[in-house]
Design a protein around this ligand. Structure first.
Ligand code: NAD
Ligand code: LMR
Length: 327
């Protein structure tokens, strides 16, 4: 059983994610923090007939520190989301400041907690989180993640749709890279089971995985971006962390991490000349204990990787710089 804090809990992701956490038998305490409405969201969730206890906190009376006290997992969907015409990078200025503030409080209040950053642009917000934790001398790469599970979920969903298979869970597709457009790299050549796709089909689903977020932003027409599918994906990721923490063997999830701090990660970093990347990770009681190698890529995937890496490197250096700059 774990104590989980959700920062940004009143938002469009925060609320359905908190609902899923309240329904989980792996969570006994759920602490909700937001700059608005979080006390009410907590009272609402507390009327559900599951054992987990929920409490909401606002900024007054050190609410952030109270929400984080004793937290074992901190999940962060706080900040602004995209509207049509915006890129994830357009969120950077506002969300960099939000992440800096929240991670500083994590560093001083619950430095050993797992940290799951959902806030966009993840390619940059995770480097900010890592740098702030490093500044406080409490960084453990095995426990600090940019959440890219939604890309993994899309990887399965879109290939199933393309092949007319009603069950997306039949397909396990490695998802590498970052979490925006060209930096997202689905490896359909390594799909389990193997799939036969024409080049046209492959390009169509690769594009959908890379730009699946845009489909939702466009369809919601100003009302936000991915929320319920993100809550589902974020819950899947937290559940995996908790299952491994409880001693379950064989837990594997992809996440965007600081590679040099994880066994096997330096080899991936050396191959790509980049310190942050999403790749498959083995989880144990200590967190993400091994990064998988990226394996053989097809010619098409090598091209996608080469096209995405320069953008990812810029995103990373923007995040690293923002961690030390005054925001
Ligand atoms: P939202 O606007 O509905 O909710 C954000 C919440 O954060 C709001 O309740 C707001 O009050 C709160 N907030 C703002 N500043 C805060 C602060 N300093 N401290 C605490 N709370 C604060 O947005 P959303 O749709 O829930 O999206 C949240 C974030 O998640 C966005 O940045 C979005 O781009 C991102 N996102 C990431 C992924 C992913 O795959 N990683 C997927 C979807 C969305
Ligand atoms: C997504 O992939 O859906 C999220 O990152 C939200 C967005 O802005 O697209």
């Amino acid at each position: 059983m774990a104590k989980v804090a959700v920062l940004g809990a009143s938002g469009q992701i925060g609320q359905p994610l908190s609902l899923l956490l309240k329904m989980s038998n792996l969570v006994n305490d759920l602490f909700l923090y937001d700059v608005v409405h979080s006390v009410g969201v907590g009272v609402d969730l507390n009327q559900i007939d599951t054992p987990g206890k929920v409490q909401g906190f606002l900024p007054a009376d050190n609410g952030l520190e109270q929400a984080l006290a004793g937290a074992e997992v901190v999940v962060i969907p706080a900040g602004i989301a995209r509207k049509p015409g915006m890129t994830r990078d357009d969120l950077f200025k506002t969300n960099a400041g939000v992440i800096k503030t929240l991670i500083t409080a994590v560093a001083t209040t619950c430095p050993k907690a797992y940290v799951c950053v959902i806030t966009n642009p993840v390619n940059s917000t995770l480097p900010i989180a890592v740098e702030v934790l490093k500044q406080h001398g409490v960084f453990d790469a095995r426990k600090v993640f940019g959440v890219t599970t939604l890309d993994v979920v899309r990887g399965s969903t879109f290939v199933a749709q393309e092949l007319g298979d009603p069950n997306p869970k039949n397909y396990v597709v490695p998802l590498l890279g970052g979490h925006s457009g060209a930096t997202i790299l689905p490896l359909y050549s390594q799909c389990q089971p193997k799939v036969q796709l024409s080049q046209e089909q492959l390009e169509r689903i690769t594009y959908r995985v890379q730009f699946g977020g845009d489909e939702i932003v466009k369809a919601k027409a100003g009302a936000g971006s991915a929320t319920t599918c993100m809550a589902y994906a974020g819950f899947r990721f937290i559940e995996s962390i908790l299952r491994a923490r409880n001693g379950e063997n064989g837990v594997v999830e992809a996440a965007y991490v600081y590679l040099p701090g994880i066994e096997g990660g330096q080899a991936v970093a050396d191959r790509l000349q980049v310190d942050y990347f999403s790749t498959k990770l083995d989880f144990s009681k200590e967190g993400a204990v091994r990064a998988h190698s990226i394996g053989p890529l097809s010619e098409y995937e090598e091209k996608l990787l080469a096209a995405g890496l320069p953008e990812l490197k810029v995103n990373i250096s923007n995040g690293t710089a923002a961690a030390t700059a005054k925001i």
